[in-house]
Design a protein around this ligand. Structure first.
Ligand code: RB5
Length: 141
């Protein structure tokens, strides 16, 4: 399942991404926020993390203005590997090397088209395992 979370600065891009998934008949869980009213990104990172960790196959996509706050907040949970990705290559490597389970995108600095391209890469790239498995395991200790 895909879990969406955002603050007010990520709301617009989150809605565009949600529409994209809806048109593709892909179900998402949206933990909010649900408007442009100002909120605090740590609250939504926490809500998103709780849902992501319900199933090992879940993937989170979080949005804030820069993507930085959501990344910092999400990564406070040792089982979350959140990656702020500004390019397809970053999305590919976040999956292949870091087994990232949350993709973070910057609502104020990224177009819908670029976000969707990055999301497609993130969702279709598998973890390489091997030496990376050892490193990733150390992250949640
Ligand atoms: C909200 O104004 C903004 O600070 C937040 O969305 C995010 O960019 C923080 O890192």
């Amino acid at each position: 399942m895909i879990i969406l979370a955002c603050d007010h600065a990520g709301y617009k891009l989150k809605e565009q991404v949600k529409d994209f998934f809806s048109k593709e008949n892909i179900t998402t869980i949206d933990v909010g926020t649900y408007s442009l009213d100002s909120v605090d990104y740590p609250d939504y990172a926490k809500l998103g993390n709780e849902k992501v960790l319900e199933n090992v196959n879940n993937i989170g996509i979080y949005f804030c203005g820069t993507g930085i706050g959501m990344s910092i907040a999400a990564n406070r949970n040792p089982k979350i590997r959140a990656a702020l990705c500004m390019s397809n290559k970053y999305a590919e490597l976040a999956r292949r090397h870091n087994d990232a389970n949350v993709l973070v995108l910057p609502g104020r600095f990224m177009s819908r088209v670029k976000a969707i391209a990055i999301i497609k890469t993130f969702l279709t790239t598998k973890f390489d395992g091997e030496r990376h498995q050892r490193r990733v395991k150390k992250l949640s200790k």
